[in-house]
Write a protein that binds this ligand. Structure first.
Ligand SMILES: Cc1cc2nc3c(=O)[nH]c(=O)nc-3n(C[C@H](O)[C@H](O)[C@H](O)COP(=O)(O)OP(=O)(O)OC[C@H]3O[C@@H](n4cnc5c(N)ncnc54)[C@H](O)[C@@H]3O)c2cc1C
Ligand SMILES: COc1ccc2c(c1)CN(c1nc(C(=O)N(C)c3cc(Cl)c(F)cc3C(=O)O)c(Cl)s1)C2
Length: 448
């Protein structure tokens, strides 16, 4: 049993994925923890039901859950995705494994994970959860927090330490930004995303559930992750101006028949139109700031500190990893909050900014892929070189999603690899084109 800390009072703002797991970690250390969440309690409210929004959980998120014995539930409810299933324009699909047998991602439901984490926190005697408490102001010196409760009355609470796990539009971060020399930058990308449900067909999955489905179409892309209820949650990524051009039902069908033809019968035309017309277009933002703490009073992490575009599937994974890493510093500094906060900001900043950059690079790269063929070639080359030199060549995506290697070390170790990959991909690309030309000439000569 951890030595009893002087029952310091901790206020966690935000009961999302990072905040809820953070409460389990800090509650298990003996702190008096209060979670303040602006939304209604998702465990009882049906307000946020319906959309089984899912996420790819990989090694970093799993390791954070494992540390507090919460990995079992995701392994039971999550759906293993051992590879990608690429959909070509002609409807042909190709499977590319993520790695050796047993190396897979999990498709998990965001709301199920969030509920399970809140329940695990709530079960701790020294943790209390206050929903419909929206932070509106914070007095850093006196570590006092002002909340709007149930959208009406204001309430002020005190704490010894404040954690900002209130997501990309964090009020904790905004309050610190107003009063201290916090470096901050944000970037919205010109793409938006729209989630579309692909329902089961005759009670079965409409597609193979053992994979992360991708329709890479240069400026557009659609991906699909399987759900427990045998549906898929698909996410369509497109420039806002393209979304704006699709106005009528006919526009929707014409667009999908042109860009994602095989998906139309999988969705069903009527359902596709209904989903497309009903669901909103979300925006994607990348946020960097430094440092993440103030003295020994406030620290913020997860999306509040480093929101990223989702093109590496690492936002939640890195947020959960933040919780595990901060807890490691509390171990190292024997619960000295000031030292732990300082160490966290110092060591985590470079890694968080690196994964933000990697995700943005992936976004740009996905747009430059000429077709699903180049995506395919790239992934096959990755896997071939890893098979050839398993200890020297480890694909970047493998280190990001299947190891706990600090993100900045992933970049340092794969820098030289990228050069090889690009060259080999170009050669393969050239080779296949020239082989194609030779073949075409032979056939032409034969037919003359
Ligand atoms: C389209 C898309 C796909 C994604 N796919 C993946 C994926 O496959 N894998 C992955 O790892 N990540 C993915 N992500 C990223 C992931 O969703 C986020 O990184 C993750 O949710 C961050 O968790 P968090 O707890 O830091 O913030 P959040 O999940 O945003 O939680 C913040 C919480 O704080 C509450 N809150 C906000 N403001 C206040 C306030 N003022 N007072 C009180 N409470 C407040 C909110 O209600 C919320 O409950 C994706 C993101 C998008 C947009
Ligand atoms: C719920 O919404 C979303 C949205 C985007 C993502 C996820 C979930 C999960 N994502 C993962 N990306 C990788 C990865 O490393 N790369 C290079 C990829 C990058 C893109 Cl954009 C892609 F489509 C496939 C791969 C791939 O390799 O499978 C993983 Cl590994 S998991 C992206």
């Amino acid at each position: 049993m951890k030595e009893e800390v002087t029952a310091k009072r901790v206020a966690i703002v935000g009961g999302g994925l990072a905040g809820a797991l953070n409460a389990v970690y800090l509650g298990s250390r003996g702190y008096k923890v209060d979670i303040y969440e602006s939304k209604e309690d998702i465990r009882v409210s049906d307000k946020y039901k319906g959309r089984s929004i899912n996420l790819a959980l990989s090694a970093r998120g799993l390791a954070a859950l494992e540390k507090v014995g919460l990995d079992q539930m995701v392994k039971e409810t999550g759906i293993p995705m051992p590879g990608r299933i690429i959909h070509n324009l002609d409807g042909k699909t190709s499977f590319i494994p993520y790695g050796k047998k047993g190396q897979h991602l999990f498709s998990i439901s965001r709301s199920t994970l969030n509920k399970d984490l809140l329940t695990a926190a709530d079960n701790l005697p020294n943790v209390d959860i206050h929903c419909e408490h929206k932070l509106i102001a914070m007095d850093i010196e006196s570590t006092k927090l002002n909340f709007q409760v149930h959208g009406k009355v204001e309430k002020q609470v005190e704490a010894d330490v404040i954690f900002g796990n209130d997501g990309a539009h964090s009020v904790v971060r905004k309050e610190i930004l107003k009063k201290t020399r916090l470096d901050y930058s944000q970037q919205y990308i010109p793409h938006g995303y729209k989630e579309l449900a692909m329902l089961p067909k005759n009670g079965e999955y409409a597609m193979d559930p053992k994979g992360l489905h991708i329709w890479p179409r240069q400026t557009f892309m659609m991906i699909a992750l399987p759900n427990q209820d045998k549906s898929f949650t698909c996410t369509l990524f497109m420039p806002f101006e393209v979304f704006d051009r699709i106005k009528t039902k006919d526009d929707v069908i014409a667009f999908f028949k042109k860009e994602f033809p095989d998906s139309v019968s999988l969705y069903g035309e009527e359902h596709l139109i209904n989903e497309y017309m009903t669901n909103v277009v979300g925006s994607m933002i990348s946020i960097k700031c430094d440092p993440y703490h103030l003295q020994d009073k406030v620290i913020f992490f997860g999306d509040a500190a480093h929101a990223m575009v989702p093109f590496y599937g690492q936002g939640m994974n890195s947020a959960l990893e933040d919780v595990r890493i901060f807890n490691g510093f509390l171990d190292e500094f024997h619960d000295n909050m000031g030292l732990a906060m300082q160490a966290f900001s110092k060591s985590r900043n470079v890694d968080a900014q690196t994964i933000c950059d990697l995700s943005m690079q992936n976004y740009i790269e996905m747009r430059s892929l000429v077709s699903s063929k180049s995506f395919l070639i790239k992934k096959h080359v990755d896997n071939f070189l890893h098979w050839l030199m398993p200890r020297t060549f480890i694909p970047k995506y493998t280190m990001v999603s299947f190891t706990l290697t600090p993100y900045h070390q992933v970049v340092a170790r794969t820098h030289w690899q990228d050069k090889i990959i690009d060259r080999v991909t170009k050669i393969f690309g050239l080779l296949s084109v020239s082989l194609g030309v030779i073949l075409a000439q032979k056939i032409y000569q034969r037919c003359r």
